[in-house]
Design a protein around this ligand. Sequence first.
Ligand code: ZN
Length: 304
Amino acid sequence: MEISRRGFLAVSSLAIGAACAGDLRLRAQEAPATKFQDLRGGAGIFTGRGGTIGWVITRDNTVVVDSQYPDTAKACLAGLRSRAAHPIDFLLNTHHHVDHTAGNPIFRPAVTQIVAQRGEPALQRRYAVQTSTTATQVYPDTLFDTDWKMVLTSETVLAHYYGPGHTGADIVVTFQNAGVVHMGDLVWNRWHPFVDRPYGASIVNWVTTLGQVTARYPADTIYIFGHAKPGASVTGTQADVLHFRDYFTAVLDYVRRGMERGQSKDEITKLDVLPGFEDFEAPSKTLTLGAVLGVAYDELNAKA
Ligand SMILES: [Zn+2]
C-alpha cells in the first residue's frame, strides 16, 4: 500500500492525465452501448464513452455540448440528425480533455461554430503535443473570456467561465428555457474526481464555483454531469451539485487540519474513506480519494 502510493505520487502529471482518460475508456469499453435520453424542453443527453454529451433541439436550432470520442460522436451525430432536419448551430466544449473533445473532427463538418473558453485551445494543444495527437485535433474557433450568449428562435444558450476548477478553462453551459445546465466535469456524481492541476485546476475555486452555480439557477434546474459512478445518474439536482461541493470542502478541511498538525503528504493521503462521503467511489486505481487529497495538499502547500 505504502509503496504503491509512493509510486503513484511519483508518476508524472501527464501519466495521471493519460491514465485518467485511459481508465475511463477501458471502463466504458466494457459497456459500449450508446443512449439518448430526453430531459426537458427539447434538451437531453447522450451517453456513450467519456464525458456526457448534452444537447438541445428546437424547431430551428440544434446545440451540442461536448463530443466524446470519434466512434461515439458518430453515433451521437447520426442520432441528432434523425431527430432534427436542420444543421447543428453550435458545438461547445466544456474543457479540453480528450473524452470531451476527441469527437470534434466528427462534428466539425456538421457544425457552424465550436465554442470554448479562451484558455481552452492552448490546453488542448499542449496535451496533444504531449500525447503526439496534434494531427487529429480540431480546436474551438469561437472563444470567449467570461460570458457567451446565443439567442435562438426558442432557446437561449449561455456559457459562463467561473475561473479554474477541474482544469484552467471549464465552462458551464445553460439551456435557459429548458432549465438545463451542463456542468462538464465540474461535477463527478459520487465519484472521486480527476483534478487536473498541471492544466490549471483549482479545488479552492472549484468549491466557490459550485456555490455560485447553485445560487444562480432556479431550484428546479436539471444539471448534467460529466461523469457518475455506476448506478448513479449523470443528471441530477441542486442537491447533488452541493453534495459534491461539500465533498471538496471536507477534502480541503481534512488536508488543512493535517497540515496544521504537521502531517506529511504521505500521511494525509492515506485516508481511504472521507467521513460523511462514504457514497463516493474511485473510478480507477489512480483516481482515488488519496489522489484528490494529494492534489489538495499540493494546492494548499503552494499557497502557504
Ligand atoms: Zn475532464
